[in-house]
Design a protein around this ligand. Structure first.
Ligand code: SF4
Length: 730
């Protein structure tokens, strides 16, 4: 039968890009994707897709994949050799032997796993179990550390659990929406369109946007607070000060459902709108107006993302914003609450299974002995290591220092996306062993791989993901695995079996008690992994014991918690005013304003902000394969205010050098009225390969600083001090 005569099949799955988590329907014929449409029954998007999601068929075509996909395992036995094609058994046997040797020689903390918010929940679960249960190291972290860990710390510090209390329906139910540090129009387009539609339908709707840039999202606002970068805590504290002075607080809510308000009120005394106006560089009257709308609207919803999270004060920013909700009782009801937007498709799922260096399954904490004992018993291991694991930036620091000897990178491109990326590249260059497991041949990172393990990707994989509103969706394969690639979870299970054998040969005692890998990773499909993960949640804040693959497929995507016996997931949290803290009350935590880690000065007088374009996604592995995604920006261009452009005597085709304390890159500049004076904005999508590869300078993130928040460990990708000068290229 010719391909055209073969039946068309339809598969419901989920978009692999942002945390909106839109449902898609994939049509395939003869094992190839011919069309991708929005799923009209999915509650995240009701059939809508953005420019990226609507082009999924094109980016998954055979022609594209032939150029960018990893198709077979590659291996080099010696560091000075080139990698060469090999088979799966050889690649995994070699990796297991080398890991066992390193563990026997240097201990389990000589190993690190750096994984990804693009992995499915089931993949995350087995990676975490491999590291913490079999090897005995907590050195497992994820690129989700770069996008949402400050939101996690903020929720836990104030509300007692890492749980966004809201729901996308709240976009339409709110009377006032407060967006801080998020260009939703570009980064979460379908959620943004839902907000646009709600505003068009609702008289008197108020939209406040806090952003140093006049982004497309800010242009829609009734009030744009164009603050100086990093001054959010000063602004939020001043808004609460105004509310307090005017008697706009919900004292009944504060008294019944919160604690710590007195200390908060004391701390706020100095945070006058006048002081905030001078520090944030916005009019005092605008701060008062923002406080008025926030407090006096009957339903206020906050939406926030990297502008709050990617900062050395990210947790404080989150905490101060949540305090506005607690103080005004704008939480636990329709259209209200602090709603963090996740960047990646499954940043939430990774948190649920504890796939970070600080966590254990089902939001348990590594620093809680009772949690550690519960997980050890659940997994049947003697113990979980008490040594804290390395977070993303720390892991590559330790790799550079030689403390970590081998790193396993899965489904991410750290030499592109981590701050101070040249240091990350140096760390991988110096490592004893680098394993890269990816569907794509990411140029920046794959060049350092001693072992390359080709993985399946969207359209080929099965499992689940959780979007920003706690909604778990099924991910289903629509076509066969590409070339010789394997599913991420299968690679982990097959490796784990080998590693256990090699560890035994060397007499290394792993935390495992039971003999035989089948008792430890007995999985033959993703449903078995999901079911094990589900059991770890029993009785906890994210209890999903009422969920199964069958329920997700028959009832559709569900928000957690959904315990056994309940017919649907929970749309909103804290409706009863009871919080998962020791006292049942939410906490006010006062935070003083602290400036950014690297202030602009005479030598580096510009403030550099890195961000995202509408039609690109992170390192561009997928979006970078389609010409039309480059129609707005074909190459990285540094944007600056027209007056600064003129001051540097630049023309539209001029080149500039952008220099930070870490690196210099050369690129074109453009005038952009959305950018404030003495600030510069660079999209993060272009890596070192664009600027000259490993022998030349690094990519955009070669400029950024690796300083991170002490609580969330999230780096300050949103602010670095740089110098910009015109250069004349030959
Ligand atoms: Fe995909 Fe996000 Fe666009 Fe939805 S909004 S289609 S999840 S990229």
């Amino acid at each position: 039968m010719t391909e055209l005569l073969q039946p068309i099949q339809s598969t419901k799955t989920t978009c692999p890009y942002c945390g909106v988590g839109c449902g898609v329907v994939v049509s395939t014929q003869a094992g190839k994707i011919i069309e991708v449409k929005g799923d009209e029954s999915h509650p995240a998007n009701w059939g809508k897709l953005c420019s990226k999601g609507s082009k999924l068929a094109e980016t998954a075509s055979e022609n594209v994949y032939g150029q960018v996909r990893a198709s077979q395992p590659l291996l080099r036995i010696q560091r000075d050799q080139q990698v060469a094609p090999t088979d799966w058994n050889t690649a995994l046997d070699f990796t297991a032997r080398e890991f066992a040797r390193l563990i026997a020689t240097y201990g389990p903390d000589s190993i690190g796993f750096y994984i990804s918010g693009q992995l499915l929940t089931e993949d995350y679960y087995v990676f975490n179990k491999l590291a913490k249960g079999l090897i005995g190291t907590n050195n497992i972290d994820t690129n989700s550390r770069l996008c949402m860990s400050s939101a996690v710390s903020g929720y836990k510090r104030t509300l007692g659990a890492d749980a966004p209390p809201c729901n996308y329906d709240d976009l339409a139910l709110a009377d006032c929406v407060f967006i801080a540090g998020s260009n939703m129009a570009y980064a979460h387009p379908v959620a943004y369109h839902r907000l646009e539609a709600a505003r068009a339908a609702k008289l008197g709707h108020k939209l406040i946007v806090v952003d140093p840039r006049a982004t497309d999202t800010a242009l829609m606002a009734d009030l744009h607070l164009k603050i100086q970068p990093g001054t959010d805590v000063m602004l939020f504290n001043a808004m609460l000060h105004v509310m307090m002075q005017n008697g706009w607080l919900d004292m009944a809510y504060i008294n019944q459902h919160t604690e710590g308000f007195e200390a908060m009120a004391k701390g706020l005394a100095a945070y006058t709108p006048k002081l905030a106006a001078s520090v944030c560089a916005v009019p005092e009257a605008d701060i008062v107006l923002a406080a008025t709308w926030f407090a006096q609207s009957s339903r206020t919803l906050s939406l926030y993302c990297q502008g709050l999270n990617q900062a050395t004060t990210g947790t404080d920013k989150n905490t101060s914003l949540i305090a506005l909700h607690l103080a005004t009782g704008q939480i636990g009801k329709e259209g209200s609450g602090p709603f963090s937007l996740t960047g990646q498709p499954n940043a939430m799922g990774g948190r649920e299974v504890g796939g970070l260096s600080t966590l254990l399954p089902a939001h348990r904490e590594l620093n809680n002995p009772a949690h550690v004992a519960e997980v050890a018993a659940f997994w049947g291991v003697k113990q979980i290591s008490a040594t804290p694991g390395a977070s993303a930036v720390e892991m590559f620091d330790q790799l550079e220092q030689g403390k970590i000897k081998a790193v396993w990178v899965a489904c991410t491109n750290p030499a592109h996306s981590l701050p101070n990326s040249q240091k990350v590249a140096r760390a991988m260059q110096n490592a004893e062993l680098v394993v890269v497991q990816d569907a794509y041949l990411t140029p920046a990172t794959v060049q350092y791989a001693d072992v390359l393990l080709p993985a399946t990707t969207w359209g080929e994989k099965e499992g689940t993901v959780t979007n920003s509103e706690r909604r778990i969706s099924r991910v289903l394969p629509a076509m066969p695995a590409y070339a010789d690639s394997k599913n991420d979870w299968q690679i982990v299970v097959e490796f784990a079996k080998r590693l256990e054998v090699e560890l035994k040969k060397l007499g290394v005692e792993s935390p495992r008690i039971n003999s035989g890998i089948h008792a430890f990773m007995p999985y033959s499909n993703t449903e078995e992994i999901f079911n094990e993960h589900r059991e770890t949640t029993r009785g906890l804040d994210l209890d999903i014991t009422g969920l199964s693959y069958a329920v997700l497929e028959t009832k559709g995507p569900q928000q957690w918690p959904m315990p056994e016996g309940v017919s649907e997931g929970k749309a909103r949290l804290y409706e009863d005013g009871v919080y998962p803290t020791a006292t049942g009350k939410a906490k006010f935590v006062f935070a003083h304003y602290e400036p950014v880690a690297e202030e602009a000065d005479a030598r580096f007088p510009w403030r550099l902000n890195t961000g995202r374009l509408r039609d690109q996604w992170h390192g561009g592995s997928r979006t970078g394969t389609l010409a039309e995604f480059f129609s707005h920006e074909a190459e990285p261009v540094v944007a600056m205010h027209p007056a600064d452009f003129k001051r540097l005597n630049l023309k539209p085709s001029s080149w500039v050098s952008v220099k930070s304390r870490r690196a210099t890159i050369t690129l074109r500049a453009k005038e952009d009225e959305s950018v404030a004076r003495n600030q510069a904005v660079l999209p993060m999508h272009w890596g070192p390969e664009f600027f000259g590869g490993k022998s030349g300078v690094g990519g955009v993130n070669a400029l950024t600083i690796e300083a991170f928040d002490p609580y969330s460990k999230q780096p300050e990708l949103k602010h670095s001090a740089v110098n910009i000068q015109r250069v004349h290229l030959p």
